[in-house]
Design a protein around this ligand. Sequence first.
Ligand code: 0CJ
Ligand code: F3S
Length: 322
Amino acid sequence: MSVSEKPSLTILMGAPRGFCAGVVRAIEIVELALERYGAPVYVRHEIVHNRYVVEDLERKGAIFIEELDELPDGDRPVIFSAHGVPKSVPAAARQRNLFYLDATCPLVSKVHMEAERHHERGLQIVMIGHAGHPEVIGTMGQLPEGAIILVETPEEAESFEPRDSSKLAYITQTTLSVDDTREIVEILHRRFPNIVGPHKADICYATTNRQEVVKEMAPRCDMLLVVGAPNSSNSQRLVEVAKKSGCARSMLVQRAHEIDWSKVGGVRTLGITAGASAPEVLVEEVVAAFRERFEVALETIETRKENVSFKLPRELRQAAAQ
Ligand code: 0CJ
Ligand code: F3S
């Protein structure tokens, strides 16, 4: 097909998109551990929720497991994923004399510490989050059973009964929808005026900024693609936000070959962004697939600059410097 025969398409690229500081740090921890300690290095759970990242690290010598009991005895290091782990996990690792590195995002660890503080003050804690997600399992697992009640929806926020309504605090998962969470927090404040909570919510800067740009782009788009995995909470939230902000044809895509071209008919303006665990190379792959079929004009929609980075664990700082 000659260039002139291709239909024209404007692609709006969201910025910021893709990797956040916690993901960069988590992947670097696995790569530096492989350099410093040699292969194999074990990783408990997908280091971040992205198959491409996981398979790339597997090629370099990482072995992914779900639970520590899959780990053979020996001196191989094990790394905990960015999502955090219940206290029982490092405890079990110490019991077995395992050498572990913790790639929990510092912004998740901050929520763990908040939970501990509330608990020490005798407050029962409401956690706003999604049942079964590893971050929620990890955060709830910082405290004994019953110390944290999970609330997933406004209906649950309306109906749950605390132990003592004057001794309550709340915390949140870091990757929630900013707007849905605000609604739940408002219900909690109305029902329990004394409830103690973070200044806004515990939703992290990366989640907040990626949703902000989607809100800006969505009303202009006929279709919006979020590069990200189905098990990635923050990526899923971006699709929801896009739909709520006026782009009904919004969906996740993991790789370019997954694009359903039958759904692209009639699209003149396409939005592309990426979840915090999706590498930029996959965004480029998706753009390239559109360039093959369309005469593409790229436009960046940037709502904010990001300039966040996190320190590596002490054991790896020297390896990083070399
Ligand atoms: O939970 C986190 C600390 C976010 C990690 C980066 O994103 P991802 O997709 O691995 O995890 P979520 O499912 O939590 O968004
Ligand atoms: Fe951390 Fe937020 Fe990324 S909690 S891993 S900075 S999505």
